[in-house]
Design a protein. Structure first.
Lengths: 353, 447
């Protein structure tokens, strides 16, 4: 793995390797001393063209816990707004000796360009590009799903018995995940559909027709306009093991964004038909978990009862995000080198000490 | 009269429209004689061009060229663009109006026309804007442009759609007074806000905002009905979808006076090329699907689509070396158009070289109303006709390299591709603008 740009590029083996490495990383994070020396002397640049405090601090935390030097490069605007071009920024980072560039950009494909235009030797990690991909979000979602939907995780009430031992090395074969909301504009949905499919899970996208892309029929998933029916197990894939709610951007309601016109009549109607509320929560099987990539619009796509229920693993997703991003940086920067043995030993020592 | 224009050329063994070899004698600006191959006499004052195996075509006419001057001379000038046109086998181009300032007054179109005439590579026929500043609000002075020295007959807001139906109706009606035509860039603006590429399977995957086929088709459907209602002439620019072909086919069957063009790139390239996020492949209308490519080829073969026009759209490197969403729309085309038509239509047996002469010369000249008069274009290769001739070697193959092209920009979507056919010579009213595949500077020749 040279870069992490899209979950579509990941094989099942690669994905499981990342998830297993994430588990090792997570184990180190319950120690009092959380910092590992693995990436000492390496430089990770967080290149953020979009505001995203959550994702940036997650990557920053991950890099620092691996002892990398972290540079935060907040590049407001882009060549669109006549700032420095992406090319010149990339050449600058190259000159400064960046080993990895974590990029968040409003333009779909910008990380692909950074990785392949020949401007930069660094490993490129896509931290969300336009409405294209957000692979580390999908990986942390898969990691979270795997903990809760393996072994004893499937027994008893949702979220009560995550099973890391059973999860290790496992995929998500046969599990059913419903992804609900604004699929059209969601890089999270795109990333998850492909990764979950690669891991053997069934996916149902649930959305009003206006928020599904033309061409969704070619995706490896089922599509439904009916949230109640899907949650009750009446859909193509039967009962759901997890329901993932997507954030609805405010501008989608007013039609103030690009694309022309509002995508649904008003927030009330959206919540009524596609919001996860207390009643819909009761349609789920006992073991089914509730996820959200954050930040949430409480009362719109998810009610307070759902967000705060024992089924919700939303806060855990944030914690898992750090472990997954540690694993990704580790595998990109140290995973194929001779230092690997030493690093593994380090992890082992940290795990068992 | 320069000395070059009085040079007599014998094109020995050329095959007019791909037919049997003849000798074409070009003298005093016209095709003086058409003789059996080898029969034309050659003396010291005659330049003999060995045209054995070469196809002779009437000089090509492009109805859709962006020369960028005035305003974006960093991408292309009238001189560099028309030199590229000559290199591609053209003897006339229609220069689109979306310059800075916009070609929406007699002053601007006359300036473009004069610079083109002085450059001497091809005849430059400025296209006039339909609306003031391409703003789609108020009719530009179409009559003044028509009456100017540039004698504008084609009007277009190309780059933008004349979306307001009442403005479109008025324009269609108004140009009847001077036998003009409105060339529509069919793009429903509300359906394409922020659009980046064809809406479909690939856009869904790439997360790039979609440009749906219906946004083109809805405007074409409206416009053919408007043209029928007011009894005017409509030209559809760069038609790109299977649905558009169907609508134009229907309109023609109904007797509506509509013509349509397809670009070379829409004859061969598909939206799959967006997968690498290389903005070289970003163009408007966008590259469509393989089914659309097949439909426009079929439409060109059966005459539904009248012409091939390049939509040559040069852009500076910085406008393409960036994020897809930030990049400019457009690709160059003058120097690859004939090769792409040969590759997709002739070598596949769908049309003949006589059809190539029709779709790349006679028909565009007729639509632009330049098929008669002192600078007539798109004429047959017959004795007494203007000596606008292109010689192409259909057996040659070449690998396209943007850096080696004559145009001022290197945004060719065919970079690294091998294409058939090579323009060996181009003659504008008997004067060579290209010989041995190399442009011949008119200033030097004329000196």
């Amino acid at each position: 793995m040279r870069h992490l740009l899209s979950t579509q590029e990941l094989t099942r083996t690669e994905a499981i390797r990342i998830l297993d490495t994430s588990a090792q990383m997570a184990a180190t994070q319950s120690r009092e001393i959380k910092k590992l020396p693995t990436l000492r002397g390496r430089t990770v640049v967080n290149l953020f063209y979009e505001d995203s405090t959550r994702t940036r601090i997650s990557f920053e935390t991950a890099a620092k816990r691996l002892s990398a030097d972290v540079i935060n490069f907040s590049a407001k605007g882009s060549s669109v707004s006549k700032g420095e071009s992406l090319k010149d920024t990339a050449l600058t980072l190259q000159a400064m000796g960046a080993d990895a560039v974590v990029v968040r950009h409003q333009a779909s494909g910008a990380p692909h360009l950074l990785a392949h235009a020949g401007w930069l030797d660094a490993a490129v990690v896509n931290a969300g590009d336009g409405t294209h991909q957000h692979p580390t979000q999908a990986l942390l979602d898969a990691y979270t799903l795997r903990r809760h939907l393996s072994g004893t995780g499937l027994e008893g009430p949702a979220g009560s018995r995550p099973d890391d031992a059973a999860a290790l090395g496992a995929d998500l074969a046969g599990r059913h995940v419903a992804i609900v909301g604004d699929v059209l504009h969601s890089r999270v949905a795109r990333s998850n559909v492909h990764l979950l499919h690669t891991l053997g899970a069934h996916v149902t996208l649930v959305s009003p027709p206006t928020l599904l892309p033309v061409g969704v029929g070619s995706w490896p998933c089922a599509v439904s306009y009916d949230l109640d029916g899907t949650l009750a197990g009446h859909g193509h894939h039967g009962g759901v093991d997890a329901v993932m709610m997507l954030r609805v951007q405010r501008e989608r309601m007013s039609g103030s964004g690009t694309g022309g016109g509002a995508f649904f009549p008003n927030p009330l109607e959206y919540a009524r038909k596609y919001g996860l509320d207390a009643r819909r929560l009761r349609l789920l099987d006992e073991h089914a978990i509730v996820m959200h990539p954050g930040p949430m619009n409480r009362g719109l796509e998810i009610s307070a009862q759902a967000a705060d229920s024992s089924r919700a693993v939303i806060v855990e997703q944030v914690a898992n995000g750090v472990a997954v991003r540690m694993a990704v940086l580790y595998l990109l920067l140290a995973g194929t080198e001779d230092t690997r043995t030493a690093t593994d030993t380090t992890i082992e020592r940290a795990t068992t000490s | 009269m320069t000395s070059a224009e009085t040079t007599t050329y014998v094109l020995r063994g050329a095959r007019p429209l791909g037919g049997d070899p003849v000798d074409l004698v070009l003298a005093d600006g016209v095709v003086a004689r058409v003789l059996p191959a080898g029969a034309a006499p050659a003396d010291d004052a005659t330049v003999v061009v060995d045209a054995t195996g070469l196809v002779a075509l009437p000089g090509l006419v492009d109805l859709h060229t962006h020369l960028r001057e005035p305003g974006r001379e960093d991408a292309e000038t009238i001189t560099s663009g028309t030199r590229a046109a000559a290199a591609g086998g053209f003897t006339a181009v229609h220069a689109m109006a979306n310059t800075t300032p916009v070609a929406d007054t007699a002053g601007v179109v006359e300036q473009v026309w004069r610079i083109g005439r002085d450059a001497g590579w091809v005849d430059v026929h400025p296209v006039g804007a339909v609306s003031v500043g391409l703003a789609g609000a108020q009719l530009a002075e179409l009559g003044a442009m028509a009456d100017s020295a540039a004698r504008v007959r084609v009007f277009s807001d190309d780059g933008k759609c004349v979306a307001d139906p009442i403005l479109m109706r008025r324009a269609l009606e108004y140009v009847k007074a001077f036998d003009g035509v409105v060339a529509q860039h069919a793009q429903e603006p509300r359906l394409t806000e922020g659009a980046q590429m064809n809406e479909g399977v690939v856009s869904a995957e790439l997360g790039l905002a979609g440009w749906p086929a219906v946004a083109e088709e809805a405007i074409i459907a409206r416009d053919v009905l408007l043209a029928e209602h007011v009894g005017s002439r409509l030209h559809v620019c760069h038609l790109s979808t299977a649905g558009s072909v169907e609508i134009v086919r229907w309109a023609k069957a109904r007797g509506i006076d509509v013509t349509a063009e397809v670009t070379p790139h829409h004859l061969v390239l598909t939206d799959d090329l967006a997968r690498g996020y290389d903005p070289t492949f970003k163009v408007n209308p966008p590259l469509r699907t393989a089914a659309d490519v097949e439909a426009v080829r079929a439409g060109l073969a059966d005459g539904t689509i009248d012409i091939v026009a390049t939509d040559h759209a040069p852009h500076t490197r910085e406008d393409k070396d960036c994020e897809w969403a930030a990049a400019a729309f457009g690709m160059t085309g003058l120097e690859t158009a004939l090769s792409v038509v040969q590759d997709t239509m002739v070598d596949t047996g769908r049309i003949t070289w006589a059809d190539v002469a029709r779709v790349l010369s006679a028909a565009p000249a007729r639509i632009g109303r330049i098929e008669t008069g002192p600078s007539a274009q798109g004429r047959p290769l017959a004795e007494g006709e203007p000596a606008n001739v292109t010689l192409v070697d259909p057996a040659a193959r070449r690998v396209v390299d943007g850096a080696e092209q004559v145009t001022g920009s290197d945004n060719t979507p065919f970079q690294g591709r091998e294409l058939p056919g090579r323009v060996v010579a181009t003659f504008l009213r008997g004067r060579a603008t290209v010989l041995d595949g190399e442009p011949v500077d008119p200033a030097e020749v004329g000196a």
